[in-house]
Design a protein around this ligand. Structure first.
Ligand SMILES: NC(=O)c1ccc[n+]([C@@H]2O[C@H](COP(=O)([O-])OP(=O)(O)OC[C@H]3O[C@@H](n4cnc5c(N)ncnc54)[C@H](O)[C@@H]3O)[C@@H](O)[C@H]2O)c1
Length: 326
């Protein structure tokens, strides 16, 4: 049985849907603080908080867990700068609680949601896994800390882990059952879509003087279903005895903010107000993944590597669910 921590959230719920499709036994554990109960669908569900070790013990007592997937974290970079204590508690101490229960119960396989934020300002693009790790915000610090914690648990206790460093997760379930519903929403594609839907007055582009072909930031957008596919491959890899490792997950294609705006105009056929602001501190010009290691070792190959397809899936969900999961 796989424990999916944070499975009521955006990426975790898409993962659970894939597990349901594959007939893989799993149970979702989530406190629903930032997740959505309807996104659990008909997966098994246990409500609890990773900051409370007794909640974790209860689930391990009830189910025969052999592998943990950990999606549960606070994810917003700006919030991590303003309120780092919350991030250290939820993104690190809570994981330590979880790892301690794993250690005591002999659960020695772990898939961790890491991030491109562990690299910081890139010195080389596309970014390989060997790139220096210099996070520029507390969110990235917490994720890198957990990666290090996992490495030490392997050395000392033989707990094998795969850390998946996602670039910009986007898109949604092509069948329209699941979507992205963060509140507040900070990710570019859903924010533009909210402006297109008339639910936000405008979309602001931060910085038009970057050293890129059109002056706006370039990011690597990876479809949430491709992330789920990579996780399933990581599960198989660990179940087949694979050793601890880290993998970048990105499409390998960079799209500028202006290109994403065009993709939204093409998909929605709506022209929406755009304003232009100054650069935001800590936003690198270009973040694109070198994902060749995930392709070679896990056999992963993203199916949806065109940002317009990601936008279409996200838009279809938004049109079908105008109030999100409410
Ligand atoms: N969304 C992205 O673009 C992106 C990029 C890189 C990495 N990641 C990582 O992927 C993971 C999932 O991201 P997401 O966008 O799905 O986030 P999300 O906020 O939608 O989902 C996180 C889920 O975890 C739950 N949760 C949080 N703290 C918990 C706790 N203490 N106990 C129990 N449940 C808890 C929340 O209620 C929520 O359902 C995170 O670890 C994030 O850091 C996301």
């Amino acid at each position: 049985m796989i424990l999916v921590c944070g499975g009521a959230g955006y990426i975790g719920s898409h993962m659970a849907k894939r597990l349901r499709k594959e007939g893989v036994e799993h149970v979702i554990f989530d406190n629903l603080e930032r997740g959505n109960a309807p996104a659990v669908c008909d997966s098994r569900f246990e409500q609890g908080d990773l900051r409370n070790p007794a909640d974790i013990e209860r689930v391990f007592e009830k189910y025969d867990i052999h592998l943990v997937m950990h999606f549960a974290a606070y994810i917003e970079v700006g919030e991590s700068v303003k309120e780092p204590a919350k991030f250290w508690e939820n993104n690190v101490t809570a994981v330590s609680n979880l790892l301690e229960v794993c250690r005591k119960r002999g659960v020695n396989q772990f898939v961790f949601s890491s991030t491109a934020a562990v690299y910081g300002e890139p010195v080389e693009v596309p970014i390989p896994e060997t790139h220096p790790k210099n996070p520029t915000n507390p969110y990235g610090d917490t994720k890198l800390t957990v990666e290090r914690m996992l490495a030490s648990y392997d050395r000392a206790y033989g707990l094998r882990s795969v850390c998946l460093r996602y670039f910009n997760a986007c898109g949604s379930d092509p069948e329209g059952e699941l979507g992205e519903d963060h509140r507040p929403e900070t990710h570019l594609i859903p924010r533009i879509l909210l402006a297109a839907a008339g639910k936000a007055p405008e979309i602001t582009v931060f910085g038009t003087d970057y050293d890129t072909h059109d002056g706006t930031c370039i990011r690597d957008y990876v479809h949430v279903c491709d992330l789920a596919d990579a996780h399933l491959r990581a599960v198989r890899y660990l179940e087949n005895g694979g050793g601890s490792d880290q993998f970048n997950l990105g499409s390998g294609n960079g799209f500028s903010v202006r290109q994403v705006l065009d993709a939204v105009r093409n998909v929605t056929e709506i022209d929406f107000p755009v304003s232009y602001g100054d650069r935001r501190e800590g936003d690198p010009a270009r973040l694109v993944a070198d994902s060749s290691k995930a392709r070679e070792v896990l056999g992963w190959s993203p199916e949806f590597d065109d940002v317009e397809v990601c936008v279409r899936h996200a838009w279809d969900w938004m049109v079908k669910h105008p109030a999100g999961y409410d």
